[in-house]
Design a protein around this ligand. Structure first.
Ligand code: DGL
Length: 273
């Protein structure tokens, strides 16, 4: 018998920012990382098509990998389909990732907060409801970026990125109003923390870049602890951690990157939508 893994799912490599925190908290756990790179970037998809794809895809993933918990370190997918996925697969606990608007509203001193996300996450009703519920006293600017997820993938793959392109994408986050300035930028796409050093370098002034990765990892751990999962570790075989790319096409640079995260690339999977 093999220990049931933690399944981590993103459109690409952004979910690794959450997986690396989860690894620190749960070093004995087995991880299966899924990158739906055949459909990357999710930010450009229209809602019905992406929702249908996610529901179908998860049917196969849950059957094949039998995870103890499914984590979606992807804001674009979570804000769209978390509720539908929970309804479709009630036997598996799901943990999603949604823009960290509540902690940003609690922490800001200037009251000016920006949420940097994919165009998909920015237009979701879910995101707007979070602002109404938690940040009605703040001025929240939603900034949809069409390029940053791609730039993060390039940066991780090739080791360099066009800094001017990063500067242009983050520029709308910076507001000045009545002598006050934006002091928090919520990184509401899991790809963005991969670029945070370049964002710091190209920002017009220093801000707090809010990355919820550690909080998500803590949530996963506490759910697993509550369910008493993993008590039988001594009796099970510890298989290696793997990464699956839905395109089935992984080149050397990506395979090496995955190895750096302790993941062995496994074969891709067939999907119909
Ligand atoms: N990493 C994803 C997120 O957190 C989405 C990137 C994309 O596919 O556009 O939103």
């Amino acid at each position: 018998m093999t220990e049931k893994p933690i399944l981590m799912f993103d459109s690409g490599i952004g979910g690794l920012t959450v997986m690396r925190e989860a690894r620190v908290l749960m070093p004995d756990r087995r991880f299966v990382y899924i990158a739906d790179d055949a459909a990357f970037p999710y930010g450009d998809w229209e809602e019905d098509g992406l929702r249908a794809r996610l529901i179908e895809l998860f049917g196969g993933l849950l059957r094949e990998h039998q995870p103890e918990i499914a984590v979606i370190p992807c804001n674009t997918a979570s804000t769209l389909a978390l509720t539908d996925l929970r309804q479709a697969y009630p036997e598996v606990p799901f943990v999603g990732t949604v823009p960290a608007i509540k902690p940003a509203a609690e922490r800001t001193r200037s009251g000016l907060v920006s949420v940097l996300a994919t165009p998909g996450t920015v237009k979701r009703q879910y995101t707007r409801d979070l602002i109404t519920a938690w940040a009605s006293k703040c001025h929240v600017r939603l900034v949809g970026s069409t390029q940053l997820a791609r730039l993060a993938e390039t940066y991780m793959r090739d080791g360099f990125v066009d800094e001017e392109a990063v500067r242009a994408e983050i520029a709308p986050c910076f507001m000045e109003q009545d002598g006050k300035r934006t002091d928090i930028v919520v990184l509401a796409c899991t790809h963005y923390p991969l670029l945070v050093n370049r964002m710091r370098k190209t920002a017009p002034w220093p801000v707090d870049w809010l990355d919820p990765a550690e909080a998500i990892a803590r949530r996963v751990k506490s759910l697993l602890d509550e369910n008493g999962g993993g008590d039988n570790k001594a009796a099970v075989l510890r298989a290696g951690d793997i990464a699956v790319f839905t395109s089935g096409k992984v080149d050397f640079a990506i395979a090496r990157l995955m190895q750096g995260f302790g993941l062995q690339v496994a074969k891709g999977i067939e999907i119909r939508t």
